[in-house]
Design a binder for this molecule. Structure first.
Ligand code: FES
Length: 82
C-alpha cells in the first residue's frame, strides 16, 4: 500500500489542488488501485512555492493539474508495480 497525500493548504488550493486530488482519485479508480493506494488530503507541507505539493510515502513532489497524468504514470504506477 502506498500513501499519497495532496496538500489542500491555501496556496496549493489556489494552484489547483482540488483538481489534482480529483484527477488522482479518477486515475486510481480507472487503474483499479483502490486497495493499493491510500489517497488523502493534508495541510500545508511547507513547499508552497512549488505547489501543488503531493507526497508519496512522505517524499514531496510538485504537481500541476496539467501534469497529473504524467506524475501518475511516472511516480505512482512505477511504485505500485514494484
Ligand atoms: S499550501 Fe501546499 S505546501 Fe503550503
Amino acid at each position: 500500500m502506498i500513501d499519497i497525500t495532496v496538500c489542500i493548504g491555501s496556496t496549493c488550493h489556489v494552484k489547483g489542488s482540488k483538481q489534482v486530488l480529483e484527477q488522482l482519485k479518477n486515475l486510481i479508480s480507472l487503474n483499479r488501485l483502490a486497495g493499493k493506494v491510500n489517497l488523502h488530503g493534508t495541510f500545508c507541507l511547507g513547499n508552497c512555492q512549488q505547489g501543488v505539493s503531493v507526497t508519496i510515502d512522505g517524499e514531496v513532489y510538485s504537481v500541476h493539474p496539467d501534469t497529473v497524468n504524467e506524475f501518475f504514470t511516472k511516480e505512482v504506477l512505477s511504485k505500485v508495480r514494484k
